[in-house]
Design a protein around this ligand. Structure first.
Ligand code: GLN
Length: 551
């Protein structure tokens, strides 16, 4: 019989519930438990796929093609849990399913209500991930206790505890202990209020995880325990991390979180083996060299917009024993000020995925700069498409070449709408989504990285390299080093005559883990270290080579 952990949040949002849930998942896996993780989001959109990054940060794509919350990225980076479309439910998705059933006549004769119909639907979404091969389900409730929107979810998990029995269900509440510099004190009142709200709903937390800047004393733990009706030993300190989010599992283990969870569920405890994770942390803590990756994008001021990319670059650093720093460049600034101003001294350039034409010319200029100076370049999704536009315009001499996403009337549409997308009008969940196989060309940079013939990577796009231009590109020295198994779709493009210049139509960042860095990111960072070691700008594609290609 699976056990269930519910993670709620109090006081403020952005406390790191996703990270903490992922870290708990990792600890439980190290005890040999099979874990599933799940997130409930109280907003009404069916999924975050139609929101912009200012609203939501990155849209994380699962293997089975669901567009989901970025917390699922944490789950996958920390654990080996199976993550799919059942791992993320929004209020909209729950209501959609209830309303569909109502139309089908499933509730014939009844008035359909929040309790019990919506709460039943929430409970069945929890059960849905609790298959026979699962020992513990961790469900995170998005938002903050006290929000109107999260009430049905809290009511559902309250009922769930009552139905399953308290020894099968555990409530963990993540809260904030603000530190007031003026009085030099850590304050507990907001936490007391937040737990008070939970108790009004009928949920008694079994554990409080307190986010804090300052260490919390035993006396403070006692006070929190007393006022919040939680055992002192279950008042947990989660301090701000020193250097990496990947320290969190180790911190929670030090606070004996895993031991307390196992005890709650009556599972015998023995020390968990975190050695692989510790080795990874050591590499992260004490790198032997350093490089900097310049990311040229549209949502550069938001760290959450390209979350998985930053993480994957950090993982690649671990693989190369290198510290990877980020230089974040707004693509529009490149347009305004010229490339030199923002990209001088760049050791590696990455253009991430995206939509809409803001900053496109700046991205193309940045790619040209990388190509002409032999700087390692990695283009992801839109970054690959911009790379093809750059090559078309500046190497093949196709003036005005573009993607039909940005210029439908271009004479040289090197990127065009996927055939399957031509009749699509609805926006939500209709892109080419999720994992597809891709055949790797032997002898290519891609093959060097993957050392595999067939790979599976996740997609999220409507546009694609236009096959009408394949021969021209190939004649100009472009290698199509990854294609769909039937050869019809270009998935990886690279330049043979350059130290590392590669674009992929998929999003490799979603599959990178700290203990399993993604091969393309690993090789990109390695190329950057080599480039820097050579003093930069050396192996550039010479003007002469470009002229030869144009002939
Ligand atoms: N806008 C491009 C497309 O739809 C790229 C998408 C992306 O980068 N995820 O194909």
């Amino acid at each position: 019989m699976p056990k269930y952990i519910f993670v709620t949040g109090g006081v403020v949002s952005s406390l790191g519930k996703g990270l903490t849930s992922g870290a708990i998942g990792l600890l439980l896996e190290r005890h040999g438990l099979r874990v599933r993780l799940q997130k409930f989001d109280p907003y009404i959109n069916l999924d975050p796929g139609t929101m912009n990054p200012y609203q939501h940060g990155e849209v994380y794509v699962t293997e089975d093609g669901a567009e989901t919350d970025l917390d699922l990225g944490h789950y996958e980076r920390f654990t080996n849990a199976r993550i799919n479309r059942d791992s993320n439910y929004t209020t909209g998705k729950i209501y959609n399913s209830v309303i569909t059933k109502e139309r089908e006549g499933v509730y014939l004769g009844s008035t359909v209500q929040v309790v019990p119909h919506i709460t039943d639907e929430i409970k069945s979404s929890i059960e849905r991930v609790a298959s026979d091969d699962v020992d513990v389900v961790i469900s995170e409730i998005g938002g903050t206790v006290g929000d109107i929107e999260s009430l049905p979810f809290l009511e559902a998990i309250r009922q769930f505890g009552l139905e399953k029995g308290r020894d099968k269900v555990m409530y963990i509440h993540l809260t904030l202990l603000p530190y007031l510099t003026a009085s030099g004190e850590v304050k507990t009142k907001p936490t007391q209020h937040s737990v008070g709200r939970l108790r009004e709903i009928g949920i008694l937390p079994d554990m409080l995880i307190c986010r804090t800047e300052m260490p919390i004393t035993q006396e403070l733990r006692r006070k929190i325990g007393l006022f919040c009706n939680v055992a002192v030993s279950s008042v947990i300190e989660e301090k701000n991390v020193d250097f990496s989010i990947y320290e969190v599992p180790v911190m929670l283990k030090r606070e004996r979180v895993d031991e307390l969870i196992l005890k709650h569920f009556g599972i015998p405890y023995s020390e968990a083996d975190l050695s692989e994770w510790q080795v990874m942390l050591e590499a992260l803590r004490a790198p032997t060299c350093e490089t900097e990756v310049t990311i040229v994008g549209k949502y550069i001021e938001l760290t959450d917009a390209y979350k998985s990319i930053y993480e994957a670059l950090t993982h690649a650093g671990i693989a190369n024993q290198a510290r990877v720093r980020f230089r974040r460049v707004q693509a529009q600034d490149v347009e305004r000020d010229g490339v030199d101003r923002h990209l001088a001294g760049a050791k590696a350039i990455l253009v991430p995925g995206g939509f809409g034409d803001r900053g496109i010319e700046g991205k193309i200029e940045a790619i040209r700069f990388a190509r002409e100076h032999g700087i390692p370049y990695f283009g992801i999704c839109l970054g690959m498409q911009c790379m093809c536009i750059e090559l078309a315009r500046n190497v093949l001499g196709l003036e005005g070449a573009h993607s039909t996403e940005f210029n439908p009337a271009t004479r040289h549409p090197v990127i065009s709408l996927l055939e399957e997308q031509q009749k699509v009008v609805r926006k939500g969940g209709t892109m080419r989504l999720g994992a597809y196989p891709c055949r790797i060309l032997q002898g290519s940079r891609a093959a060097e990285a993957y050392a595999r013939e067939v790979i599976h990577e996740r997609h999220r796009h409507r546009y694609e390299f236009n096959n009408a231009f394949r021969d021209d590109f190939a004649a100009a020295g472009v290698r199509f080093s990854g294609v769909s198994p039937d050869g019809s779709l270009v998935e990886i493009v690279e330049l043979a005559d350059h130290p590392w210049f590669l674009g992929c139509q998929f999003h490799p960042e979603f599959k990178s883990k700290p203990v399993q860095p993604h091969p393309l990111f690993r090789e990109f960072v390695r190329a950057s270290l080599e480039y820097a070691a050579k003093g930069g700008r050396k192996d550039a594609m010479s003007e002469e080579a470009v002229l030869n290609l144009r002939k």
